[in-house]
Design a protein around this ligand. Structure first.
Ligand code: SF4
Length: 334
């Protein structure tokens, strides 16, 4: 059978291959392609080739440590930590010793970064304190994942030893969360202003999201110069308000990962996906988040005992799919 794809899609893929980045309309055209079509495999092949060359075959493991699990009053509808969901009824804060033990374990297993996540009301000074402790104890780069911050707080993160921060305008921001898109974007500009690397993901994707909303966030990540910006799907924990909507499959996520990869052009230093799975490693992704501690996707306080994938499991997935987790990461090189 002849290998034919439509001239319009071929042109978009050529543009993606040339690392020019794609427009909203071009992203929507790719997101609308039928799964299992020749076009989707051509899209994934293009994104895969671009990433393997640009990231030099390196598989990145950024180890997520959720510092606390507590009923969060902000009540984002997709989050298992939301107070209204009722899964967590009391506060769990992991001790400094537990966090240090996790960080040392991650360092010994060659994690490329430590992502420290907090709920929306976690004390900012406590995050700074833990950052300072880890900065002295391990050599793995630190990334913060916390609430919106001011310039003064951004500078304090830098001083405590953080090199970057994960911060996303979420799908459904202002609709499924109480936060304004403008406020989230302001924090992204704060990160850039103070010299923290900005890490992003288009998330949490569910079947209910319009391709235009998804494409808008993909393009926003390129415009604001995200260090990485892949795709994470929404996970339905027991009692999730999105149970009726269901979840997107790993294959659908791989199609989106490929689109976001081509949208990002020559901007990113890696391309993430979550939760870790193999399909996206053939579609442009090279960055996983193994996890312990709190997770907004889990009903367990320590996701290392629940949904969270271990570093060993993530390393194995990379090796199976031809990415090398032992190469040195260049992501934090200035
Ligand atoms: S996503 Fe963050 S701010 Fe929103 S409910 Fe969960 S922990 Fe709170």
């Amino acid at each position: 059978m002849a290998w034919r794809i439509s001239p319009k899609i071929e042109d978009i893929l050529k543009k993606g291959e040339g690392l020019e980045g794609l427009s909203d309309e071009e992203a929507v055209a790719l997101l609308s392609l039928e799964l299992h079509s020749k076009e989707v495999y051509a899209l994934m092949e293009t994104a895969n080739a671009v990433s393997r060359e640009q990231f030099n075959g390196k598989g990145e493991n950024h180890f997520h440590i959720g510092l606390n699990a507590e009923p969060c009053p902000f009540n984002c509808r997709f989050c298992s930590l939301a107070k209204e969901i009722g899964i967590f009824t009391s506060n769990v804060e992991f001790t400094r010793e537990e966090v240090v033990t996790w960080a040392r374990m991650a360092e010994s297993q060659h994690a490329d970064a430590l992502n420290l996540m907090t709920t929306g009301t976690y004390g900012f000074n406590r995050l700074l304190e833990i950052g300072s402790v880890l900065n002295k104890d391990v050599s793995t780069p630190l990334v913060a994942n916390t609430r919106d911050i001011s310039h003064r707080e951004g500078e304090a993160l830098l001083k405590a030893g953080f090199v970057g921060a994960y911060h996303a305008v979420r799908l459904g921001e202002g609709r499924d969360t109480p936060f304004k898109i403008e406020k989230r974007i302001r924090t992204i500009t704060v990160l850039k202003d103070v010299g923290l690397l900005w890490m992003n993901c288009v998330e949490p994707v569910g079947p209910e999201h319009d391709f235009r909303e998804i494409a808008y966030l993909m393009v926003l990540a390129r415009q604001y110069g995200a260090t990485y910006s892949g795709v994470m799907r929404r996970i339905n924990f027991p009692g999730s308000p999105f149970e009726k909507e269901g979840m997107i499959s790993e294959l659908e996520m791989a199609r989106m990962v490929a689109v976001s990869r081509l949208v990002m052009g020559d901007v990113p230093r890696a391309h993430c996906t979550h939760e870790p799975h193999s399909a996206s490693l053939l579609a442009g992704a090279n960055l996983f988040f193994p996890e312990v501690g709190a997770s907004p996707r889990d009903g367990r306080a320590d996701t290392g005992e629940g949904r969270g994938k271990s570093l060993a499991a993530c390393r194995q997935m990379f090796i199976e799919m031809g990415w090398d987790p032992d190469l040195p990461s260049k992501l934090f090189c200035r």
